[in-house]
Design a protein around this ligand. Structure first.
Ligand code: GLY
Length: 404
């Protein structure tokens, strides 16, 4: 009898131990307090940036002394500084941030007529898009609709894609990053713009699945098309290590972009694409979950990191974990986002105590061109703040179009 009882006791203990281990394996070290502390640090850094800001110019990247380099409205990154001001106004309630956000947003209005780059989507969505969501101002809506029309003018129906860049030796380059700009078209088609904006966005995203994604779930950065025949001319990289490597920020744009396309359409091909890209990304991360600049960079672990790629992926994964019906993937994506955020909130990546005026350090714009290596990048800061807000308030993550 005694032996039986002892055996039961041992069984019960091992059951409790297994349950506890499973539970703790599911937990990450990220918590709300860390997120709130990082947000209040971000508020201080961006407030100081605005106080020392330059009229009509936009913070982009840090100089060696830690100060911001300011760029013109037509730089692809210009919307992220006003975007940060909007996000931090929304989360802190501070009126002064709203005034700054309005001022720097207004300075971007002319970009609605910019037909020379796909980045009109990035520029307007982060500035006017956040502004419209937060204030409901009708003049912001008109700017966004005009911007969507400009973006749509870059669509080639033979290829089925929007042209990304006008620079370089390409004939019709389409970069994986371009997926992010489709959000402006989806929004416009539902808000008084032409219905064909949605068709353009869907066509572009499906073609991106067909031509940018490799069988292993990695991605090409640039696919160059023949604009007359529509045929693929070449598959190359611009910011990655090699044509056949996977540039980590491109992969992060893809995770976020395909998740957004699934939210806007309900088309499961986009969910499947986001899942494949996310699994590739997560299978190759270093122990702290912040990617190097390219997954195949030859000198890992001595290569520069790209904290911006980590921040973009974290924000995308926090949405993807809500969309996937697979419980194991939900938990995998949620935990990975938390691990990335936990590292980015740590002294290894936050600029606290350094001369840097940004929120995050250790981002890389283009190691391939030896430009903006191991610096701060305003879009890394933007997606970091967005991811912190998504972590703290998952209810803020945009609802699928069908549920709106
Ligand atoms: N073109 C966007 C980027 O460099 O990530």
């Amino acid at each position: 009898m005694k032996t039986k009882r002892a055996a039961c006791f041992v069984l019960l203990l091992s059951f409790l131990f297994a349950t506890l281990s499973a539970f703790s394996a599911d937990k990450t070290a990220m918590n709300k307090k860390k997120a709130q502390q990082a947000l209040s640090y971000a508020l201080g850094q961006i407030t100081a940036t605005a106080q020392n800001g330059k009229e009509g110019l936009f913070a982009r990247t840090t100089e060696p002394d830690g100060s911001w380099r300011w760029v013109k409205p037509n730089d692809w990154t210009s919307g992220f500084f006003p975007g940060l001001l909007w996000l931090l106004h929304e989360s802190s309630g501070k009126k002064q941030l709203r005034e700054w956000a309005e001022k720097w947003t207004a300075a971007l209005e002319d970009q609605k007529n910019n037909v020379k780059t796909h980045d009109v989507g990035f520029i307007l969505n982060s500035s006017f898009g956040n502004g419209l969501r937060i204030t409901g101002r009708s003049e912001y809506r008109s700017v966004l609709l005009a911007g969507a029309k400009s973006l749509s003018s870059r669509f080639n129906p033979t290829i089925g894609c929007i042209r990304s860049w006008d620079h370089g030796t390409w004939t019709f380059p389409v970069i994986i990053d371009n997926l992010m700009n489709l959000e402006l078209l989806f929004w416009a088609a539902q808000n008084g713009g032409e219905p064909r904006f949605r068709e353009i966005a869907v066509s572009h995203a499906l073609k991106t699945i067909a031509e940018h994604i490799r069988p292993d779930g990695g991605t090409f950065h640039v696919v160059d098309y023949d604009p007359v025949s529509g045929a693929v001319k070449q598959k190359k990289t611009h910011q990655g290590y090699r044509d056949d490597s996977t540039w980590t920020r491109g992969q992060a744009w893809g995770i976020y972009g395909f998740t957004m396309c699934f939210r806007e359409t309900g088309d499961r091909r986009f969910l499947e694409a986001a899942t494949r890209l996310a699994n590739y990304f997560l299978d190759r991360l270093p122990p702290d979950y912040v990617p190097y600049w390219d997954f195949q960079a030859p000198g890992i672990p001595q290569e520069p990191r790209d904290s911006a790629a980590g921040a973009i992926a974290a924000s995308g994964l926090l949405e993807l974990c809500l969309r996937t019906p697979d419980a194991a993937l939900q938990s995998r994506y949620r935990q990975a986002a938390e691990k990335i955020l936990d590292s980015l909130c740590s002294p290894a990546y936050l600029t606290r105590g350094t001369p840097m005026k940004s929120i995050l350090a250790h981002a890389t714009g283009s190691k391939a061109a030896n430009s903006e290596v191991d610096v701060a990048l305003i879009y890394g800061d933007y997606y970091f703040v967005e991811a912190l807000l998504r972590y703290l308030h998952p209810e803020r993550i945009p609802k699928p179009a069908a549920a709106r």
